[in-house]
Write a protein that binds this ligand. Structure first.
Ligand code: ADP
Ligand code: TYD
Length: 222
């Protein structure tokens, strides 16, 4: 396991994780805005996706029948998307000294493909070590009640519903799984209460990020 990553000499790699509807996309944007306003060079990206090739895979994995892929096939597809995203978007930005903020990353595969249909965590980890081999410098876990998360997610219009269609049972399992992942990788995880107002969550996210990176994530009014 590549649990202890060396700090990159340049760039910062921040990820957001949590169940569907927990507010990750909202908070990624808020953090990116705060850091950009303070003059930091920020790349805001997401998974699955974040590069042209990975966005093509996103359409394949998120649309259509919930049973259209086996869990094993999904692990390969999500990892293929991640490899392309890493090569084309994340690593070049980090090498250029930028702050990369990514909406979901490998922890989502550890949870969704690793836990949702049997225990495939070891397979996820093996493929990760072989093809990705990189962990974020900091992961912000937005934790919240699964029923609220699901109703927020369902409130959005769209065709990317394969995982939301698995329902409340999956959301509960994912929430518990993310909390235990935060213990497993405790040096890089911070937990934020997602049930608060958007502004309050954003302030917590910024505070926790600055507590880890100090002046590297400084903003004017903090
Ligand atoms: P995720 O990316 O985790 O699925 P989103 O950021 O897309 O979540 O949020 C899902 C929905 O909930 C959106 O409509 C968003 O405006 C709303 N939302 C996000 N954060 C909050 C919050 N703290 N309180 C109430 N609604 C929120
Ligand atoms: P996302 O667009 O972040 O959905 P949401 O905004 O609802 O949280 O991700 C889409 C779905 O993809 C989400 O249900 C989780 C799933 N997913 C995986 O199953 N494995 C992965 O590795 C990733 C990155 C996402």
């Amino acid at each position: 396991m590549t649990q202890e990553n060396p700090r990159p000499s340049v760039g910062l790699f921040l990820t957001f994780e949590g169940i569907d509807g927990s507010g990750k996309s909202t908070q990624c944007k808020r953090l990116a805005e705060s850091l950009r306003a303070a003059g930091h060079d920020v790349v805001l990206t997401r998974e699955p996706g974040g590069s042209p090739g990975a966005e093509e895979i996103r359409r394949m994995v998120l649309e259509g029948d919930p049973d259209k892929w086996s869990a094993e096939t999904e692990i390969l597809l999500f990892t293929a998307a991640r490899r392309d995203h890493l090569e084309r978007t994340i690593l070049p930005a980090l090498a250029a000294g930028k702050v990369v903020i990514c909406d979901r990353f490998a922890d989502s595969t550890r949870m969704y493909q690793g836990l949702s249909r049997g225990d495939l965590r070891a397979t996820v980890d093996q493929l990760h070590d072989l093809m990705i081999g990189r962990e974020p410098d900091l992961t912000l876990l937005i934790d919240m009640d699964p029923a609220t998360g699901l109703s927020r997610a369902k409130g959005r219009q769209g065709s990317e519903e394969r995982f939301e269609d698995f329902g409340i049972g999956l959301q509960e399992k994912m929430r518990a799984g993310f909390l235990s992942l935060a213990e497993e990788f405790s040096p890089r995880f911070r937990i934020v209460d997602g049930a608060q107002e958007i502004e309050t969550v954003a302030a917590d996210v910024l505070r926790q990020t600055q507590a880890v990176f100090g002046s590297r994530t400084e903003v004017a009014d903090s």
